[in-house]
Design a protein. Structure first.
Length: 132
């Protein structure tokens, strides 16, 4: 197997894993409410009045992100969107709901690692410098 094929397989594998992360968080944690902590975080940050609806809308958005990743449509904008959403979401949670996070302050570290993986996967393995 040549280097190009290895890169393509790695790129596809990482994208599937990323899509699964978004899908699991959206469907299982938010829409199906299998992890109530997510609703508590939404209530803390956005208020409890509309928390069930907002949590479900966030979950739907995460599922859309998973579909977008798999589709390969506008990859560069997908990467920018993922990194922005993860960064902003984790910064807000760090300051307003740190006690509700699975790994507390360490969540920021894991989010940063995830953002680096997303960017490196795009630039190193997809030919990110090419127009897409």
């Amino acid at each position: 197997m040549n280097g190009y094929m290895r890169q393509k397989i790695l790129f596809t594998t990482v994208n599937i894993v990323l899509a699964c992360i978004w899908l699991a968080n959206g469907l299982f944690c938010k829409i199906l409410n299998l992890v109530p902590r997510h609703q508590q975080i939404v209530a803390r940050i956005l208020g409890s009045a509309h928390e069930p609806l907002l949590t479900k809308l966030i979950g739907i958005s995460e599922i859309v992100m998973a579909v977008w990743i798999i589709s390969g449509f506008k990859r560069k904008w997908n990467v920018v969107t993922q990194v922005t959403v993860i960064g902003v979401m984790n910064a807000i949670e760090f300051f307003y709901a740190n006690d509700l996070l699975l790994w507390g302050h360490w969540n920021a570290f894991f989010a940063a690692v995830l953002m680096v993986v997303i960017v490196l996967n795009y630039w190193k393995f997809s030919g990110g410098g090419e127009k897409q």
